[in-house]
Design a protein around this ligand. Structure first.
Ligand code: 73E
Length: 833
């Protein structure tokens, strides 16, 4: 393999020049050159941002060389199947740190920057993260493209280059205020525009039939206008391997040659309006996590990036000398939820209308290419679009959907004769009232594989919303439990823990997380436990300082850090934790000398701007904090912090500092969760329900090392069927009554007894997420948590076992599962190619 190695090196740029050398001297020289030739600065008059740009360009140069070699090797080989990971969201987080880790030059860069008179940490802190996602689904896409590169799976991530990502959150008077995320303001050193690969996307207009030269009846789409997609590529380096893939995000622009003046003489305003309309498509990420907006622009975004990506993939395929109908041999498409599921119809349109492939052949190609991941059972998140909107925006695509549906329903009625319920439930078109296109049904018809994101979720999916589909296509269903990348969420974010692990079991684990098992014996080693405790304490001190800076609240690093960070949603039950805080506060008020474990409750997360209840929960957390944090009776034993603007950058400082991870969603509602994995990998213990991946985390770490409480998913369903009565529970639990009364008394709202009424009324009279049913179980479990905390040795033993047993939840394992069960692709070793 050494000979092959040198062959690859000879075939490309020289290895030791200023753009490829990995030693300290080359890095220093490259940084100074970039600083001057890109930023026009000298090291003596540089700004921090100019320096960040120069360092990042230095790293980007090196990534490009790997990307170039990888793509040359891939495109030289006619038999490689590539993965196309299509996602409306990629929540990438800052790039500099992970790229240094992947290239294995963190130490060299630290020294280079230091010798230039700066600190790498300060430079890394300068990066404005690309927040092109809402939460777990977008971050999962980012972890998966990291792992595909690390597993040497040739892949492209396809998405949208939003000019404004997820809003920045500030807290004013306890309320969330949204600020536009101008992440591109200071430039983005990680991307390269590729205008030569631009493609056009049609919108509006009408369709017509015609006879082609062979007298075949064909259809063409006469659009109202076209929008150009410009790809922007970001290299995605594998961890300590030579493979480098890329993320290709589309920016929308007005189509150059589209000439309004030809039929709208001198209508300058119209022409500008068209330009604005085109550019609007990739302007802003929709901030609704698991809530349907139903906005026209969102459908335009979806079709825009799907059409751009499929055209691009077809261009790549044809470059290999492939036949259009062999598209599936070149590409495996993974649809990240239904957001890109219009791909099924668009691929049919391209094959049938543009390449004149026969319908049946094209259908086989399409189904063999596409797979669909479902991420939620929540009915309010299931995407559907009014048929009228589809007809207006993408008329030819709708016709194709009708044709797909017609043929499909014929198949359903021959398989299940007379079952009209089934027909109407499985139809791509919802005809129960106003007509809608159901995107999940489109995905299920046109994909050869369908998967859920944790075992429980996949089971519920099969029993509930996709039950009919299991009866029709049992072989299509799979589970792939989510995972997260340990490079970002342990190596980068928790250097103290990483070094401790490396000292103990070596440094193979970040690329092979099952190796962490070797840590198990250290759980019984008092000296190791002490080092582990001290790493955690240092991480907590760093977070405490940041909390002071961002919120003004002073917290005690030796108190238990009890953390819940994730999007604010009623099903995630941040307010259940608030009820617990108030219960503890009441215990102190009733007996100020009570022996109570000091705790710092840390919340973080954004609420969808239009989700009133979620915003009120943020206000409640801050209001309870104001009272509890400043009550002298509490004597600083309880602190409540709402950490503003939870994002990937902040997350990297929060997970490593947590003692207790709150994973308390109503059982059956959280499809997987991925924060749960990040906490546990960093040595936090979990208090959680049997929901999503919690079930599997508990299985792995052991029942004794996980604080379980609450109803099961089946019990939740039973309770609902049997007429759940939250008020009855309230009437019979004194502590719960006192907690709710305290909120209603106006104690946390300067005497305003109405402010939080929407929350308490909802809990008492509806309680769709069963907080009342789980309250006493949760409190009892939290009391056990507190008892366990008092035994430091025991707590740390459990925490170490959590770290040691988290191997399964590396996204590398998830990607291996996708490769084997779904994509049928194998690693491609570019050194052996
Ligand atoms: O449980 C999480 C899961 O871990 C789930 O809620 C989340 O996906 C994560 C990754 O699998 C999710 N996000 C969305 N649906 N499920 C969603 C829906 C619409 C818009 C944006 C995100």
């Amino acid at each position: 393999s050494n000979a092959n190695n040198s062959k690859v090196k000879r075939a490309s740029a020289p290895t030791i020049d200023v753009r490829s050398g990995m030693d300290v001297e080359s890095l220093k020289q490259a940084i100074t050159e970039h600083l001057f030739y890109q930023q026009g600065r000298n090291i003596v008059n540089t700004s921090l941002n100019d320096l960040y740009m120069a360092v990042s360009h230095t790293v980007h140069d090196r990534l490009l060389q790997h990307e170039h070699k990888t793509m040359n090797a891939v495109f030289d080989n006619n038999n490689v199947r590539l993965v196309s990971y299509m996602s409306a969201e990629f929540l990438m987080g800052p790039q500099l740190g992970v790229n240094l880790i992947d290239l294995n030059i963190m130490a060299e860069m630290e020294q280079a920057v230091q010798e230039l008179g700066f600190s790498l940490n300060t430079i890394m802190a300068q990066e404005e993260e690309p927040g092109l996602g809402n939460g777990g689904l977008g971050r999962l896409a980012a972890c998966y493209i990291d792992s595909m590169a690390s597993q040497q799976i040739p892949a492209i991530g396809y998405g949208i280059r939003y000019e404004f990502g997820i809003f920045d959150q500030v807290i004013r008077d306890g309320w969330q205020v949204e600020i536009t995320d101008k992440w591109l303001r200071n430039g983005n050193p990680w991307e390269s525009a590729r205008p030569e690969l631009a493609v056009n996307v049609k919108f509006g207009g009408h369709t017509e039939s015609y006879l082609d030269s062979n007298e075949y009846l064909r259809y063409r789409w006469k659009p109202d206008y076209m929008v150009t997609g410009i790809p922007y590529d970001t290299p995605i380096m594998g961890y300590k391997v030579p493979s480098c893939n890329f993320l290709r995000l589309w920016k929308s622009e007005a189509e150059e040659s589209f000439d309004f003046s030809s039929f709208n003489q001198g209508d300058y305003y119209k022409a500008v309006e068209y330009k604005v309309k085109s550019e609007n498509i990739s302007k802003v990420l929709y901030p609704n996590d698991e809530m349907l907006g139903g906005k026209k622009l969102r459908l335009k975004q979806q079709y825009f990036f799907v059409s751009c990506s499929l055209q691009d993939m077809m261009n790549i395929h044809l470059r290999f000398d492939g036949k259009p109908q062999d598209f599936h041999k070149r590409w495996a498409i993974q649809l990240n939820d239904t957001h890109p599921s219009v791909a099924v119809a668009e691929l049919m349109r391209i094959l049938v209308d543009e390449y004149h492939v026969d319908w049946d052949v094209a259908w086989h190609t399409t189904c063999s290419t596409c797979s669909y991941t479902n991420h939620t059972l929540l009915p309010e998140a299931l995407e559907k679009w009014p048929v009228g909107l589809f007809a207006y925006l993408i008329p030819r695509v709708l016709e194709i959907i009708f044709e797909i549906n017609y043929r499909f329903l014929k198949e359903v009625s021959s398989r299940f004769p007379g079952d009209n319920g089934k027909l109407s439930r499985m139809s791509i078109i919802d005809e129960s009232g106003e007509k809608f296109v159901r995107m999940a049904n489109l995905a299920c018809v046109g994909c050869c594989a369908i998967n859920g994101v944790a075992e429980l979720h996949t089971e519920l999916l099969k029993q509930q919303i996709l039950h009919d589909w299991v009866e029709m296509f049992p072989e299509r269903f799979h589970n792939v439990t989510n995972g997260v990348t340990p490079r970002r969420f342990v190596v980068l974010s928790n250097p103290g823990l990483s070094n401790l692990i490396i000292e103990s079991i070596g440094d193979k684990w970040p690329g092979k997380l099952d190796e962490l098992r070797k840590l198990e014996p250290f759980a019984d080693d008092a000296a190791f436990r002490e080092k582990f405790r001290s790493v955690k304490l240092e991480n907590k001190k760093i977070l405490a300082a940041l909390i002071k800076e961002r919120t003004g609240v002073v917290v005690n690093p030796s108190s238990m850090f009890d953390v819940q960070v994730k999007r604010i949603h009623e099903y995630k039950r941040q307010h259940l934790s608030v009820l617990h805080i108030i219960a503890l506060y009441l215990r102190i008020k009733q007996n100020p000398d009570i022996d109570i474990v000091p705790r710092t409750f840390i919340f973080g997360g954004k609420a969808a701007p239009g989700y009133f209840s979620a915003k009120l929960i943020i206000k409640l957390i801050n209001s309870v904090g104001d009272v509890v944090n400043n009550d002298p009776d509490v004597k600083d034993r309880l602190k409540v912090v709402f950490f503003p603007d939870f994002n990937v950058t902040n997350a990297q400082l929060i997970y490593p500092a947590a003692d207790l991870s709150e994973q308390i969603s109503t059982a059956g509602k959280e499809a997987s969760g991925t924060g749960n994995m990040k906490f546990s990998m960093n040595g936090a213990l979990t208090i959680g329900t049997l929901d999503g991946a919690n079930v599997e985390i508990r299985e792995e770490v052991g029942n004794d090392n996980f604080f379980l409480f609450g109803l099961t998913a089946a019990q939740v369903e039973d309770a609902k069927r049997n007429g759940y009565n939250p008020h009855f529970i309230y009437d019979n639990n004194e502590e719960l009554r006192n907690v709710i009364s305290m909120i209603n008394s106006g104690r946390f709202s300067n005497g305003d007894t109405n402010l939080f009424k929407p929350i308490t009324d909802n809990l008492l009279w509806h309680d769709p997420f069963m907080l009342m049913a789980d309250f006493s179980l949760y409190i009892a479990c939290q009391d056990l948590v507190a008892e366990t905390w008092k035994n430091t040795a025991e707590w740390n033993r459990m925490a170490i076992l959590n770290v040691a047993r988290m191997g399964k939840f590396s996204s590398d394992r998830s990607i291996q599962d996708y490769c084997e069960k779904i994509w049928k692709v194998k690693p491609f070793n570019i050194r052996k190619a």
